[in-house]
Design a protein around this ligand. Structure first.
Ligand code: 5GP
Length: 216
């Protein structure tokens, strides 16, 4: 069932996919974005340095400490948090525009961001947490990425334990054993979320029309 012509059929879904570094979150996010034309990625701001291959405005909005703080002070961040000693935050305007236009937004943010988002946008957020199949596998994936120096990997392994302990914050939890299966599961969560009654305000009028017609 679709909305009457000209009406916005539904409010967009805030899909938060969270996981410890190395649990396969980036690959899952890429596959979701490729498969779901109505889904776009929220590009965060961060004070961390770009990794090789990362472009400003595409992977992150890279800011120095003062630039990041200016965005916070101006109320431009929907949420922000410190992760691995660096600051990360979600610019507010693109998210609000997308949701109002009925487009879904994918968030690659940590558990702190997820909690803040749920507070700021009650009813809009679907949280999915990806667990790694094992800690050895997690470390193997972190190393295979080959982008972080050794002390950074040790730091991220320690942080992963803390991140995993937040699994109960999330409404949906998946063990990422099989990539294709995980992507299919998250797509199913997104599809189901789109049909929530609260996301389809036009339905009240539609149903009133149905009943007013005498029910045929
Ligand atoms: P990375 O530096 O590896 O790109 O990201 C490190 C961590 O910061 C990841 O867990 C990622 O999900 C999180 N992160 C990235 N952007 C944001 C954001 O805008 N807000 C919050 N709270 N966390 C973020």
């Amino acid at each position: 069932m679709t909305a009457p012509e000209g009406a916005i059929s539904r409010r967009g879904v805030c899909l938060v996919v969270a996981a410890p570094s190395g649990a396969g979150k980036s690959s899952v996010s890429r596959a979701l974005l490729a498969a779901e034309p109505e889904l776009s990625l929220s590009v965060s701001a961060t004070t961390r340095a770009p990794r090789p291959g990362e472009a400003d405005g595409v992977h992150y909005h890279f800011r120095d400490a003062a630039g990041f703080q200016a965005m916070v002070d101006a109320g431009e961040m929907l949420e922000h948090a410190e992760v691995f000693g660096r600051r990360y935050g979600t610019p507010r305007a693109p998210v609000e525009a997308a949701l109002a236009a009925g487009r879904d937004v994918l968030f690659d943010i940590d558990w702190q961001g997820h909690l803040q988002l749920r507070e700021r946008l009650p009813g809009d957020v679907e949280g999915v947490f990806l667990l790694p199949p094992g800690m050895a596998e997690l470390e193997r994936r972190l190393r295979a990425r080959g982008q972080d120096p050794e002390p950074e990997i040790a730091r991220r392994m320690a942080a992963a334990r803390g991140e995993i302990s937040r699994w109960t914050d999330f409404g949906h939890v998946l063990v990422n054993r099989d990539f294709d299966e995980t992507v299919a599961e998250v797509r199913a969560i997104l599809r189901a979320a789109r049909t929530r009654r609260e996301r389809q305000p036009w339905l009240a009028g539609f149903v009133a029309g149905l009943l007013g017609d005498g029910g045929g």
